[in-house]
Structures are given as structure tokens and as C-alpha cells.
Design a protein around this ligand. Structure first.
Ligand SMILES: Nc1ncnc2c1ncn2[C@@H]1O[C@H](COP(=O)(O)OP(=O)(O)OP(=O)(O)O)[C@@H](O)[C@H]1O
Length: 346
């Protein structure tokens, strides 16, 4: 029940808006995989999903599902299911009849459609809830029903538009487990729009970064974090360290010394590395970048702390354990394994 999804040169400008919501966006999602779409507010993520679903028509470009251009296929025949931030369930129907809705519209007899609905309610771990009214459900349960309803239509492609963002962290974690179970069971091809990098890392195979309607970076989750395609991509992935320098002959030179930059053209380039990858101490392995400086500030980041270190003209950010004794004013030696530093153009 999964299919390759290929988007090619998608462009969409709304008449009310001077700039393109989608600008020549090309992206491929392999059958049965999940790509998370991350990007700032207004970058075109929802428009992208709406174009794929057939709810908007692109000015240019194509959407292909299982190798077929779906331009002339109406939304309800595309084999695409969509779940939004708000569940948009029918309040006057029972949970079971909400899930059975698409089968009923397709003409399936009520008893059979309800039987199938129960199966999908079981998939989203809501068996026993079929007779309830939507108003009797929690937000998390409502989203489960919305997912069951989308799955009951057996979509080859499942589009999720910030489906968990209104849920509290514990419920969100439950939903991530649920999505994993759905993927193992039914393997739809999924495009998940989210603002939450951790969510993307938890549930997706790959990350697509979108800004101003353009694709900035596409790759595995690990690469999005550690090998971003550009300085902007590094920033959007929450990377806090960027050291300007210059590449000459495949070597990047900066205040941190020389680092291999294979394949990067000569010219200005920036060395990026994650705050999570900076270690306190000199680092024993030969391939480490060493940084000496003074702690300027320290702030809590969840259960850990982040320190900002002044190292000459450089500002370096490092995550440390909350029990770390480092305080503003302390001298500190830091190191970064060279393999975890990455050179981007610009
Ligand atoms: N129906 C519409 N009419 C006019 N402009 C629109 C319409 N829908 C979206 N836009 C514009 O297109 C751009 C992209 O919007 P879109 O909703 O796709 O962004 P987004 O990345 O999903 O944002 P967010 O993260 O805030 O949900 C924005 O500038 C928005 O104002």
C-alpha cells in the first residue's frame, strides 16, 4: 500500500502574495519511507502538502505517485490521506463512523465499513472506543481517530501536517510510538510536516528543509544534523557553532586550524559543528579540534546546560552535563572530533 512520491519543479504563487509559496521544489520520497519537512513559518510546508493532496493546483511542476503524474486525478482518487494539526472529525458521528466515513462514501455497506473501521481503530490502539462521540475524546485520542480515518482509505501516501503539535509531550511521545507501529504494519509513504527537530529525528528516515518555498537540504536525519548542505541548513537544524574560514585546495583554514574539506570549491566557507559534539577537555584523539577560552555564560537546556565560551574572536557553544562545575569566568579547554565538524560553502 505504499508508492514512490516524486515532486518535480513544484511552483505555486498565490495571487494575494508577492512571493512564491513553492519555488521550483523537487523532492523524492521512496515507497514506504518517511520524510519530515522542516522549515520556518510561512516557508511553504502546508502548501506543499495541499498541492500533493490535490487541494491546490501548482502553477508549474508535477506530482507523481507510483510513477504516475496525478495532475488530472482529483483529490479523492489520488490515494493520498491527510491528517491536520486539528483532527477535523465529524462531531455528530461516532468514532467508528468517523473512521468508516470514506468507505461509506465509496458505497460500502454500513456493516462492512464499520467492521473495517474497527480494524483501524485497533491499529491506532483505540479498540473499544468505536461507540463514543468525538466530544468524549482527549486531544490525543482525537488525533488517533484522525489517523485511523486516513488509514482506512488505504492511502499509498500519508500526509501529516503538524498532527501532534497541539499535544502535550507525553501524548506526543505516544503518538510517535503509534506512528512507528503504523509504519511497521502498513508502510505508507509518509511526508510529515513538523516544527520539531526531535520529532523529525524520532519518526522520520529523512529530513527535507524548506525555506521560501525552496528545498534547502534533503538527506538522512543524521546528515541533516551533522552534514547540513549549507550554513542556513545548519542553523535551521539548531546548530550553534559556525567558524568562518576559507577553503584552498580541499583544506579549510580557520581560527580552529586546518580541516579536510574534500569536494568543497575554493573560496569562503564555514566550519559547522554541533554544540552536543563539543567535549570539555583537551580530547585525546589526534583528529580533534582544540579550543581554549573563557566561559562567558551558562543556561539550562532541558536536563543539560549550554555554555558559551569566548575563544579569542570566536564564540563557541557546548552542551555540558547539568552537574558540570563550569561557571562564567572559568577557563576551559574544549575539543571537537574532526569527523563531527563539517565544512559548508558560504
Ligand atoms: N490560500 C492562500 N492564499 C494566499 N496566500 C497563501 C495561502 N496559503 C498560503 N499562503 C502563503 O504562502 C506562504 C506559505 O504558506 P504555508 O502555509 O504553506 O507555510 P507553512 O510553512 O506551512 O507555515 P506554518 O509553519 O506557519 O504553518 C505564506 O507566505 C502564506 O502566507
Amino acid at each position: 500500500m505504499s508508492a514512490d512520491l516524486v515532486l518535480s519543479g513544484l511552483t505555486k504563487t498565490f495571487s494575494a502574495s508577492p512571493t512564491a509559496a513553492l519555488d521550483d521544489l523537487t523532492l523524492a520520497v521512496a515507497a514506504g519511507t518517511c520524510t519530515a519537512v522542516l522549515g520556518p513559518s510561512g516557508s511553504g510546508k502546508s502548501t506543499l502538502l495541499r498541492v500533493i493532496a490535490g487541494l491546490e493546483t501548482p502553477d508549474r511542476g508535477t506530482v507523481s505517485i507510483a510513477g504516475r503524474d496525478v495532475a488530472s486525478v482529483p483529490a479523492e482518487r489520488r490515494g493520498v490521506g491527510m491528517v491536520f494539526q486539528r483532527s477535523l472529525l465529524f462531531p455528530h458521528l461516532s468514532v467508528r463512523d468517523n473512521v468508516a466515513f470514506s468507505d461509506r462514501v465509496a458505497g460500502m455497506p454500513r456493516a462492512r465499513a464499520r467492521e473495517r473501521a474497527e480494524r483501524y481503530l485497533d491499529t491506532v490502539r483505540l479498540s473499544g472506543y468505536g461507540s463514543r462521540r468525538v466530544g468524549e475524546l482527549s486531544g490525543g485520542q482525537e488525533q488517533r481517530v484522525a489517523i485511523a480515518r486516513a488509514l482506512a482509505a488505504e492511502p499509498a501516501v500519508l500526509l501529516l501536517d503538524e498532527p501532534f503539535s497541539a499535544l502535550d509531550p507525553a501524548l506526543r511521545a505516544d503518538m510517535h510510538d503509534l506512528l512507528e507501529a503504523v509504519r511497521a504494519d502498513l508502510a505508507p509513504t509518509i511526508l510529515l510536516v513538523t516544527h520539531d527537530r526531535d520529532e523529525a529525528a524520532r519518526v522520520a528516515d529523512r529530513i527535507a528543509l524548506v525555506e521560501h518555498g525552496r528545498l534547502l537540504h534533503e538527506g538522512t536525519v543524521a546528515d541533516a544534523y551533522r552534514r547540513p548542505g549549507s550554513l542556513r541548513a545548519a542553523e535551521l537544524m539548531g546548530g550553534r557553532n559556525a567558524v568562518p574560514g576559507e577553503v584552498v585546495g580541499g583544506i579549510h583554514r580557520s581560527a580552529l586550524g586546518a580541516v579536510a574539506a574534500t569536494g568543497v570549491a575554493d573560496g569562503p566557507a564555514t566550519l559547522v559543528f554541533r554544540q552536543e559534539d563539543v567535549r570539555v577537555g583537551e580530547g585525546t584523539d589526534a583528529g580533534s579540534l582544540r579550543i581554549a577560552g573563557t566561559v562567558r555564560s551558562r543556561r539550562l537546556v532541558g536536563a543539560r546546560s549550554e555554555i558559551t565560551v569566548d575563544a579569542g574572536a570566536l564564540e563557541v557553544h557546548a552542551e555540558v552535563a547539568s552537574v558540570s562545575a563550569l561557571r562564567p569566568g572559568d577557563e576551559v579547554a574544549l575539543s571537537v572530533p574532526e569527523a563531527l565538524a563539517h565544512v559548508v560553502v558560504g
